[in-house]
Design a binder for this molecule. Structure first.
Ligand SMILES: Nc1ncnc2c1ncn2[C@@H]1O[C@H](COP(=O)(O)OP(=O)(O)OP(=O)(O)O)[C@@H](O)[C@H]1O
Ligand SMILES: [Mg+2]
Length: 252
C-alpha cells in the first residue's frame, strides 16, 4: 500500500523499506523500540489518555538514528501485517513561507486521524529540531511557538494502540521540552571500533577485490578510525569509500 498525502509526503507499508542488518548495539535499541510498539499496537494498555506516545532518538549525526526507526517499521509490519510508515522530514515541513509549516502539520495530523482507522501507523519526524529552529525575530518566536503547540497538542491526542510517534534529532537542545517530555528519549550510542569494523567489512566483502587487499585496506581504515574521537557509522562508511578510491581498489 502506498498513498500520497501531498507531493512530498508518502506513506508506505513498513515491509517495503529496505532491510539493513543493524550493528549489535543498534539492534538492541531497535529491539526495545519494536517490542514496546508491538505491546501497544496489540492493545495491551487500555486507557484513553496513554502516558506513552513514542520515542525520541537523540545523538550526533551519522549514528544510525533514522535507520533504527526504519528497521522498527519494517519489523513491526512483518510481524503485525498492517503497519504503515510515514516519514516526515523536519526540514521539508519548515517551509520558508509564513503559515505554510503550520498548515502542513495540521494537514498531516488530519490525515493521520483518517488513516489510523485502516491500519496501525508509525510516524517518524526525522530531524525534528529543524521544525523548531529558533530564530531571532519576534515573529519567528511566535512561529516557533505555534508549530510547537500544534505538535504537542496533536501528539497528546494520539492513541498508541493506533499511532506511535518517533522522532530523531542531533540537536536535543533545540527541541522544546514540551516535545521531549512527551516522548521517551533514547541516546544513540557511540559504537565501539569492532562494531564499526563490521560495517566496514560488509562493504569490503561486497567489493570485487583480492582478499589480501581487503585485509590491508581494513587495517588502514581501522587505524584512521582509532585516531578519531567517537567515530560514527557514517564516518566508517565514508572512510571506507575514501580509502578504496584513493588506493585504486575500486577501479577497473
Ligand atoms: N547497521 C548498519 N549497517 C550498515 N549501515 C548502516 C547501519 N546503520 C546505519 N547505517 C547507514 O549509516 C548511515 C548513517 O545512518 P543514519 O542516517 O541512520 O544516521 P542518523 O543518526 O540518522 O544521522 P543524521 O543525524 O545525520 O540524520 C546511513 O547511510 C545508514 O543507512
Ligand atoms: Mg537521520
Amino acid at each position: 500500500m502506498e498513498m500520497k498525502i501531498d507531493d512530498e509526503l508518502e506513506v508506505v507499508s513498513g515491509r517495503t523499506l529496505p532491510e539493513v542488518d543493524l550493528l549489535p548495539q543498534l539492534k538492541e535499541i531497535e529491539g526495545i523500540i519494536s517490542r514496546t510498539c508491538e505491546y501497544f499496537f496489540k492493545g495491551n494498555l487500555v486507557m484513553k489518555n496513554s502516558p506513552f506516545k513514542g520515542f525520541i532518538l537523540e545523538g550526533p549525526p551519522g549514528t544510525g538514528k533514522t535507520e533504527i526507526i526504519k528497521q522498527v517499521a519494517r519489523k513491526l509490519d512483518r510481524r503485525l501485517q498492517t503497519v504503515s510508515f510515514l516519514f516526515v522530514d523536519g526540514a521539508s515541513i519548515a517551509a520558508p513561507k509564513w503559515g505554510d509549516a503550520e498548515k502542513k502539520l495540521r494537514s498531516i495530523f488530519r490525515w493521520i486521524k483518517k488513516q489510523s482507522k485502516n491500519s496501525k501507523l508509525l510516524i517518524l519526524f526525522d530531524d525534528i529540531e529543524s521544525l523548531m529552529l529558533t530564530r531571532g525575530t519576534e515573529l519567528a518566536k511566535e512561529w516557533h511557538y505555534s508549530i510547537n503547540s500544534i505538535l504537542f497538542h496533536e501528539i497528546d491526542k494520539l492513541n498508541p494502540y493506533k499511532v506511535i510517534v518517533c522522532a530523531t534529532t542531533n540537536r536535543p537542545d533545540l527541541v522544546d521540552e514540551a516535545i521531549r517530555t512527551r516522548l521517551y528519549p533514547i541516546q544513540a550510542p557511540n559504537l565501539p571500533l569492532d562494531q564499526l569494523m563490521i560495517a566496514v567489512n560488509e562493504i569490503l566483502e561486497a567489493s570485487n577485490m583480492k582478499n589480501e587487499d581487503k585485509k590491508f585496506v581494513a587495517e588502514k581504515i581501522k587505524e584512521k578510525l582509532k585516531k578519531m574521537e567517537n567515530p560514527t557509522i557514517r564516518d566508517a562508511r565514508q572512510i571506507t569509500v575514501m580509502e578504496c578510491i584513493e588506493r585504486r581498489l575500486w577501479s577497473v
